[in-house]
Design a binder for this molecule. Structure first.
Ligand code: R5P
Length: 261
């Protein structure tokens, strides 16, 4: 692996412990002003000190995030549908050229694959195109798997989608936590982070992050369970403590409650 790819990956996966807290705020690319991100800058800026990586769209980056920011970026580069398009939701293609990603000085790019959907082929071919483009410049690609409805988020499906992503060239895979998650980790040759999914009680989201780490995930790429929390700053602090400070779920939840306004 070339120095450049290793250097960019070290911005995403922290060398000190091989873990990462990625803050996903790319939801607007198909959800518009989703709850919590109505004023993205006001939500995100207080969270940045506790995140290792920010995952925005290019428009969010250019319109809401200061170019002075030191946080590395994992840029959303697939899209093409909205939540209004129920039948074709997440039938995605490339929405950002690798040249624009380079202009934005990103450390990685993220692309969704929809294994199991009727249009899976389009997303997989788009994914491999962006991998070829990114590899020319030693930019790692994070595969976003299983976002969307009716895909069955069990170990059998998630290990299929995660392994396919790795086989097709992903450097990191984002998927969801599930029972027997060890199987997903053990059958995937590249690091895995978990998405948070729809908002659940903070105690449950903290437990999920802990369980995922215990099962071999290297961290989280979490959005709604942080920016839709009753206290987003306290929540990202708690998640960070689980990922980087070996806090137990109870310790982390106590931290959340103690910091909550
Ligand atoms: C969908 O909007 C994106 O792929 C998100 O990056 C991903 O779902 C992680 O966000 P959340 O934790 O809100 O599911």
């Amino acid at each position: 692996m070339d120095w450049g790819m290793k250097n960019r990956l070290s911005k995403i996966i922290k060398p000190k412990d091989g873990h990462t807290v990625m803050l996903a705020v790319d939801h607007g690319y198909f959800m518009g002003p989703t709850t919590g991100l109505e004023k993205l800058d006001q939500m995100v800026n207080p969270l940045i000190p506790y995140a290792d990586v920010l995952m925005p769209t290019r428009g969010a980056l250019r319109n809401y995030i200061s170019p002075d920011t030191e946080i590395p970026i994992c840029l959303r580069v697939s899209g093409g549908t909205s939540i209004l398009n129920e039948k074709n939701l997440l039938h995605e293609g490339i929405i950002v050229s690798i040249e624009d990603a380079i202009r934005l000085n990103v450390s990685a790019v993220a692309f969704s694959i929809l294994v199991g959907q009727p249009f899976e082929r389009d997303t997989l071919l788009g994914f491999t195109q962006i991998i070829d483009d990114a590899n020319r410049y030693n930019i790692p690609v994070l595969a976003v798997t299983a976002v969307g409805r009716g895909l069955g988020k069990d170990a059998k499906y998630l290990s299929l989608a995660s392994r396919m992503a790795a086989e097709l060239g992903a450097s990191i895979v984002k998927t969801y936590f599930c029972p027997n998650f060890e199987k997903v980790v053990d059958t995937c040759p590249v690091p895995i982070v978990i998405a948070g999914g729809k908002k659940i009680p903070e105690k449950d989201a903290i437990q999920m992050a802990y369980d995922a780490l215990q099962a071999g995930a290297i961290g989280v790429d979490m959005g709604r369970n942080i920016f839709q929390s009753s206290d987003p700053v306290s929540m990202i602090k708690a998640v960070n403590a689980v990922v980087h400070k070996k806090y137990s779920p109870k310790e982390a939840y106590d931290l959340f409650k103690s910091k909550k306004k």
